[in-house]
Design a protein around this ligand. Structure first.
Ligand code: SF4
Length: 307
């Protein structure tokens, strides 16, 4: 034991490894069993490393895009009342993989979602697979693609005359037509890891150079190049999001849903779950949602009494 203690290069080992080695000196059998269990988790995991304390949690990007270990927590919030109607914890690092399971989980409790109910989500839940399933299920979903999400974030309601949103795409997406009625042909397609396709369109240099809107449209580039995402389903969602109803519904998401998330974090001071394991994390998340709903109902009663 003394020999092992001397061999622990404290300054060179990271804290978790040092802790495990110290535990192994104190209780070798228990530590060995724990390490065997963690090794099994690691072998079954799609990730290169696991958390020794909670082997079920996963690496995922946080709001600031830094990789942290934890769970992905989703809440379905009623936009009119701010009440959380369903909550789910998953080990998918990407939000978009949880969109369909979350609403299927909701349907298990509340029955089939009516086709008149609007399901609104941010761009993190956008994927071609989700659009296909939403279409099959007949859900009235509103999820912006990356371009529109950026536009909505900037709170831009008025499009610039030569914004790419004013270019009309052909049904087969092989070309688009600019506001000066010139054709931009598709010259490249890139498929992202989410399965989303990005199409690149370019007008010819000659056409743009002789166009009266050249300076305004192309600015510093020599010709107009624009991008667009996806196939038919993506196009339909894009048009739906750009419709008056789409813009109106999506604009309600931020003021009605985000305060609920902010209150959950700041009022009770719950910035992270304390439970270990998916099941316990799910239970803790549900308890937090119940507490938040009680606060919301209390606020509602106060508002009603004061009017
Ligand atoms: S500059 Fe080119 S893309 Fe822009 S409006 Fe003129 S022709 Fe169309």
């Amino acid at each position: 034991m003394e020999y092992a203690k001397k061999q622990l290069p404290d300054d060179k080992l990271k804290f978790p490894a040092r802790k495990q080695l110290k535990n192994a000196i104190k209780n070798p059998e228990k530590t060995l069993l724990k390490m065997q269990d963690r090794l099994e988790h690691l072998n079954n995991s799609t990730q290169n490393t696991i958390n020794l304390t909670d082997p079920e949690c996963v690496w995922r990007p946080n709001k600031k895009n830094n990789m942290t270990m934890g769970y992905n927590i989703h809440h379905i919030v009623d936009m009119d009342s701010g009440i959380i109607v369903s909550t789910g914890v998953s080990t998918n690092p990407d939000n978009h993989k949880d969109f369909i399971p979350q609403f299927e989980h909701y349907e298990e409790f509340y029955g089939q979602i009516p086709t008149t109910t609007a399901l609104v989500a941010d761009n993190g839940y956008y994927s071609e697979d989700n659009l296909a399933t939403i279409n099959e299920k007949g859900w009235d979903a509103y999820i912006p693609n990356k371009e529109l999400a950026t536009l909505f974030k900037k709170n831009k309601t008025e499009l610039k005359p030569f914004s790419k949103y004013n270019f009309i795409f052909s049904n087969d997406f092989s070309y688009c037509t600019c506001p000066n009625n010139q054709k931009l042909t598709k010259h490249n397609t890139i498929t992202t890891t989410k399965g989303t396709k990005t199409f690149y369109y370019a007008a010819s240099y000659k056409t743009c150079k002789n166009c009266p809107y050249y300076k305004e449209c192309c600015k510093s580039s020599t010709q107009k190049i624009i991008t667009h995402y996806g196939g038919d389903l993506a196009k339909n969602m894009y048009l739906k999001m750009q419709s008056t109803r789409g813009k109106e519904i999506y604009s309600k998401r931020m003021p009605s849903v985000e305060p609920t998330f902010a209150q959950m974090k700041h009022n009770p001071g719950i910035t992270q779950l304390r439970a270990y394991g998916v099941k316990q994390a799910q239970t803790e998340s549900e308890l937090v949602a119940i507490a938040q709903n009680i606060i919301r109902i209390n606020e509602y009663i106060h508002q009603k009494n004061n009017t």
